[in-house]
Design a protein around this ligand. Structure first.
Ligand SMILES: *[C@@H]1O[C@H](CO)[C@@H](O)[C@H](O)[C@H]1NC(C)=O
Ligand SMILES: *[C@@H]1O[C@H](CO)[C@@H](O)[C@H](O)[C@H]1NC(C)=O
Ligand SMILES: *[C@@H]1O[C@H](CO)[C@@H](O)[C@H](O)[C@H]1NC(C)=O
Ligand SMILES: *[C@@H]1O[C@H](CO)[C@@H](O)[C@H](O)[C@H]1NC(C)=O
Ligand SMILES: *[C@@H]1O[C@H](CO)[C@@H](O)[C@H](O)[C@H]1NC(C)=O
Length: 469
């Protein structure tokens, strides 16, 4: 049985490589990233420890237990003093957001990054053929894509797509959409705008499993310019090698583990259930099973297959799936140099890191992005990438692994190849020298609220559930 598996496996590797060679010169199957531009909020929107604590205290629905739980979550979150919040929340209007609050939040992010994108690449908005706007939780009419087309007076034959509700892994989904479109449209330019609307989605109730999302979520976003025009290859920063999407929505538990709903008293918010850990682990395992054969050299691949075979045999007796087991026997470093993990929270980063056997150096970009910008949902991955670039880590030929999880439940991954040495300071320019911080545990919150960890221990909390991811 084992030998048969190995033979089958070798055979598929060989056919796969043959196909790869055959496809190499098909320009339209390529997806080049010409530029990406992350959003950096204005100074007046910075959220420091004090403001954060005040914000929590403002919610009159909370009791002492809830405050403690929340502070504990923040203390352990790995988020620093300098993240950015939406204006209406800073101004104390989280319970009554207006339409113009929501619009201006998105306008700031989308227009700021697009202005910079066009200025830096010298490409005119009228040259753009495809536009994908990806903002999960906010859908005005006319749509946000129309808002962008209107502002930049784009061409009338532009193909626009607005996708919503995709959660944190949205920007990978958007890139996938563009990549698929590239297969049918030759030599085109595409723009992806990826962000999340937080202002109108603040949870004002007291359900613990729902307030958690408030703690980590911050303003941010990113715009990207992609092309399959081979003549622009020389200007590209990266090329997309692989992209794999896994969707577990067919299973009720996975579907329900991270869901937008109203609590008993009618406050809308995001509910994170305990099944999240399991769903993430299963999605991650399934995704790796598809991605890994495409990126690893044969030797490391064999080791992985042998390990997963052994694991499957051992599993017959039962036992919950865990993310840590997902990467057992897997040497990802044989196929990629850099790891870009969605900075959704410390537990997510640590969990994926442990599973793939990554060290502190590999995890530093994700941890620092979480510290500096918080969980910015869909835009998050690009702040991590920005950090790697600002630290001059990205050299020509290096491969970057990106992974995002999102409600659904989804796990999306992709691998980029750097096409020239990168060293742009980008949004990290003014602070990159002060990173990495000596240790991420020195959270400003920890200094001020460290008592919370001693007394709050008896609480059954989601933070520990997250830590197990
Ligand atoms: C693809 O093939 C064409 C000619 O068939 C050649 O001019 C071009 O340089 C090739 N492109 C790559 C990327 O190899
Ligand atoms: C996308 O477009 C549809 C149809 O125009 C619209 O109903 C929806 O609100 C839009 N979504 C977003 C996120 O703009
Ligand atoms: C992008 O769209 C996806 C799919 O609807 C969504 O899950 C994701 O949250 C969106 N991204 C952002 C930043 O809103
Ligand atoms: C591809 O890029 C080249 C170089 O910028 C440009 O001259 C050409 O028109 C582009 N192709 C298309 C179809 O726009
Ligand atoms: C990050 O923020 C998104 C945006 O709502 C949220 O859905 C997700 O649960 C957050 N991640 C974590 C680990 O809290």
């Amino acid at each position: 049985m084992m030998i048969f598996l190995l033979l089958l496996f070798l055979f598929s590797c060989i056919t796969f490589n043959l196909c790869k060679i055959a496809l190499r010169n098909r320009s339209h199957s390529c997806c080049y990233m010409l530029h990406y531009e992350c959003y950096k909020g204005t100074e007046d929107r910075k959220l420091d420890t004090k403001t954060c604590a005040e914000l929590l205290m403002r919610n009159k629905n909370l009791g002492l237990q809830e405050y403690r739980f929340l502070l504990q979550a923040i203390v352990n979150s790995g988020i620093g003093e300098e993240t950015y919040g939406p204006r209406n929340i800073l101004e104390g209007r989280e319970a009554t957001p207006t339409l113009s609050d929501s619009l201006s939040e998105i306008d700031d992010i989308a227009f700021d990054t697009l202005d910079a994108l066009f200025a830096k690449t010298g490409i005119s908005p009228r040259d753009i053929d495809i536009l994908v706007v990806n903002i999960s939780l906010f859908s005005p009419a006319p749509s946000l894509t129309s808002r962008v087309v209107n502002r930049y007076k784009m061409r009338e034959d532009i193909k626009t797509f607005n996708i919503s509700g995709m959660g944190c892994s949205a920007s990978i989904i958007a890139v996938d959409l563009v990549q698929q479109l590239f297969k049918i449209h030759d030599e085109v330019l595409a723009i992806v705008v990826s962000s999340e609307s937080i202002g109108p989605n603040w949870y004002c109730g007291k359900e613990r499993s729902m307030i958690l999302a408030n703690c980590l979520f911050r303003s941010g976003g990113c715009s990207m310019l992609l092309t399959n025009n081979g003549s622009l290859k020389g200007k590209a920063v990266m090329k997309l090698n692989q992209l794999v999407r896994t969707h577990l929505g067919g299973e009720d538990d996975a579907y329900n583990c991270c869901i937008q709903m109203e609590d008993k008293v009618g406050h809308a918010g995001f509910l994170l259930r305990k099944g999240l850990t399991k769903a993430a682990a299963v999605a991650f395992t399934l995704n790796l099973r598809v991605l890994v054969p495409k990126i690893l050299p044969v030797k490391d691949l064999l080791l992985y297959v042998i390990h997963s075979y052994g694991r499957k045999k051992a599993k017959v007796g039962g036992g919950a799936p865990s993310a840590e087991a997902a990467g057992e026997g897997l040497n990802m470093k044989a196929g990629v140099e850099h790891f870009c993990i969605h900075p959704g929270g410390r537990a997510v980063i640590d969990g994926v890191g442990k599973s793939l056997g990554l060290d502190d150096y590999d995890l530093e970009p994700s941890r620092m992005a979480l510290h500096r910008f918080g969980n910015t949902s869909a835009g998050g991955l690009w702040y991590v990438l920005g950090y790697m670039e600002a630290k001059k880590r990205l050299k020509r030929g290096d491969r970057i692994f990106m992974i995002g999880f999102g409600a659904g439940f989804k796990c999306n991954t992709c691998v980029w190849e750097v096409t020239r040495d990168l060293a742009d300071g980008n949004v990290w320019e003014d602070c990159i020298d002060s990173y990495p911080l000596p240790t991420i545990n020195v959270s400003p919150f920890l200094k001020k609220f460290s008592w919370i960890n001693d007394e709050g221990r008896t609480d059954v909390d989601l933070t520990s559930a997250f830590n197990k991811v």
